[in-house]
Design a protein around this ligand. Structure first.
Ligand code: PLP
Length: 369
């Protein structure tokens, strides 16, 4: 049993290179410190319509956008409940895609997995084969764009393009650990719901989940008992349409932070952010190649999270601890069973090549590379 560990007011400040939560700008943190206001006041309409419309502008999308008080996991459940009557195809290539499949099973759906070894990427031709081999077809394909456990960036664009030939199959994309640091426009690739969490490449505090919703997905959501109440597309979007607010009380301070950060994101722009993240990823991969290896399949490597293969057999846990102690920089071990075989560097959000270099210098120093 976990014992209580009293929270104190005294923790050293650490710089986060985790695959989320990541660094948040000072003015974004400060934006949360406002006197409270009511979620049915006009001020809330100003706030919520601003963050929704700014998000659409940032993502260059004409799809609807929902910003919900929840972590991104909520949209695994809601997209399944809203779009899947019975059958779903989920390519699994790591811990998060496996969890997406598991969520749908728990909701009573029939899930066919397309299984890949960890480190490998989903291949569009396999998805096509699975679709062709299925007599009944699928209500939806669910995919993780950026497998945070392995550092794989899956080719969701190509899968979406081929799904154009299957108009009855909806396409649900978990872009949780990359959206905002990796350019994608949902309607260009037949994506019906593209979702993320605020604490990843949007570089905001955790606690908000964001999704785009296609017109088809809005129409498809069945007004019956099995659609999600909390994450129902129609409920959320109709409320927005009528009142410019959320259907239940949102985390107002987080939305104040969101507003501030989304303005910064708009100033930089989706494409420029993509370019900055590409440069960070290239730098990190180069460094990993020089000292270690790369876990993810060549050609499918993430722009926001690099899983470094621990070819030198360093003590990953001890190195993380020492880098944190000596430099106040925090990176991540490998996920689950590959905890010592790999370690992960989150180069997302506010980071730059220069700040990532500070971390890699510290790792070199501590690990004696
Ligand atoms: C790819 C992916 N999906 C889902 C999640 C779950 O996100 P959250 O904890 O915000 O619900 C994560 C978290 O790391 C993730 O990386």
């Amino acid at each position: 049993m976990t014992e209580k560990r009293e929270y104190t007011d005294d923790y050293p400040e650490k710089t986060l290179y985790l695959p989320g939560p990541t660094e948040v700008r000072e003015d974004v943190i400060e934006a949360m410190a406002e006197p409270m206001f009511g979620h049915r006041m006009d001020r809330m309409t100003d706030l919520y319509t601003t963050i929704v419309e700014d998000t659409k502008e940032f993502l260059d999308t004409d799809q609807d956008v929902i910003v919900l008080t929840a972590s991104g996991t909520e949209f695994w459940e809601a997209t399944t409940l809203n779009l899947v009557d019975d059958r779903m195809l989920v390519p699994t290539s790591g811990a998060f895609s496996e969890r997406q499949a598991n969520v749908a099973e728990r909701l009573g759906k029939t899930v066919d997995r397309l299984e890949y070894e960890w480190g490998n990427a989903v291949k569009p031709e396999d998805v096509r084969e699975a679709l062709e081999a299925s007599d009944e077809g699928y209500d939806a394909v669910g995919m993780v764009m950026n497998e945070t456990s392995t550092g794989v960036r899956n080719p969701v664009e190509e899968v979406g393009d081929l799904l154009g030939e299957y108009p009855d199959t909806y396409f649900v994309v978990d872009a949780i650990s990359c959206l905002g640091g990796d350019y994608i426009v949902p309607e260009e690739h037949n994506i019906d719901a593209l979702f993320t969490s605020s604490q990843k490449a949007f570089a905001m505090p955790p606690g908000l989940a964001i999704t785009t919703v296609s017109d088809d997905a809005y129409e498809r959501e069945l007004e019956k008992d099995s659609a999600s109440w909390y994450g129902g597309f129609q409920r959320c979007l109709d409320y927005y349409d009528r009142k410019g607010q959320t259907h239940s009380t949102p985390a107002i301070p987080l939305m104040l932070a969101y507003r501030k950060q989304m303005k910064h994101m708009l100033e930089e722009g989706h494409e420029a952010r993509d370019q900055r993240h590409r440069e960070m990823a290239e730098y990190t991969r180069e460094w990993a190649r020089e000292h270690f290896g790369l876990y993810a399949e060549e050609g499918y490597r993430s722009q926001t999270v690099t899983a470094v293969e621990n070819t030198q057999g360093i003590d990953v846990a001890a190195t993380i601890e020492d880098v944190s102690e000596q430099y106040d920089l925090v990176f991540s071990n490998g996920y689950g069973s590959i905890g010592e075989e790999t370690f992960r560097i989150g180069h997302m959000g506010e980071h730059t090549v220069e700040t990532v270099k500070e971390l890699t210098d510290a790792i070199e120093d501590v690990a004696g590379l």
